[in-house]
Design a protein around this ligand. Structure first.
Ligand SMILES: Cc1cc2nc3c(=O)[nH]c(=O)nc-3n(C[C@H](O)[C@H](O)[C@H](O)COP(=O)(O)O)c2cc1C
Length: 155
């Protein structure tokens, strides 16, 4: 039987609410990506070029530590990965998540929330990171209604 995972990172709750809507619409396990060190409001301040998020996002090799782990990634054939857009792309902690597992032959569906930036750069970055995946697609989701419509189309 096909199995689906919804993994997501959310710093201020918007992506979390979309992940909730997705999981209530389909049969899936849910995994919240927890940073080993939680992001404070000051860490998220994009107006400060020395804030933690600014420093992480300026450094393509940055891989912020995650404190939890998906127990058995091998059992999923479809993996949703949700995140907020930070500096026009996926937050570095999503790169940590992607580096941590084998996505061979998995269908990877990215979703994001943002202030307006699309998901295209994130999709292109993630595709390069996991060429072994069956497919990598993505969608920016503005609200719960849109999230539910997307899932009904994907299935
Ligand atoms: C450090 C940082 C950088 C951001 N950069 C962008 C950006 O480049 N484009 C954009 O549209 N929104 C940007 N945002 C806004 C977030 O993508 C948006 O508020 C998102 O919905 C937050 O999701 P969350 O509540 O799940 O953390 C940024 C937010 C933060 C904290």
């Amino acid at each position: 039987m096909s199995q689906t995972l919804i993994a997501y990172f959310s710093a201020t709750g918007r992506t979390a609410s979309i992940a909730d809507a997705l999981s209530s619409t389909m049969e899936a396990d849910v995994f919240e990506i927890n940073p080993a060190v939680a992001y404070t409001n000051e860490d998220l301040n994009w107006n400060n070029d020395q804030s933690r998020s600014s420093l992480e996002m300026k450094d393509p090799s940055s891989r912020p530590e995650i404190s939890n782990h998906v127990e058995d990634m091998s059992k999923y054939d479809t993996v949703f990965i949700g995140f907020p857009i930070w500096w026009y792309r996926e937050p570095s902690i999503i790169d940590t998540f992607i580096d941590s597992y084998d996505f061979t032959n998995k269908k990877v569906l990215l979703f994001c929330t943002s202030g307006g930036t699309g998901i295209e750069s994130a999709v292109s970055n993630v595709k390069k990171m996991i060429p072994e995946a069956l497919s990598v697609e993505g969608k920016r989701l503005s609200n719960i209604k849109e999230a539910k419509q997307w899932i009904n189309k994907e299935r």
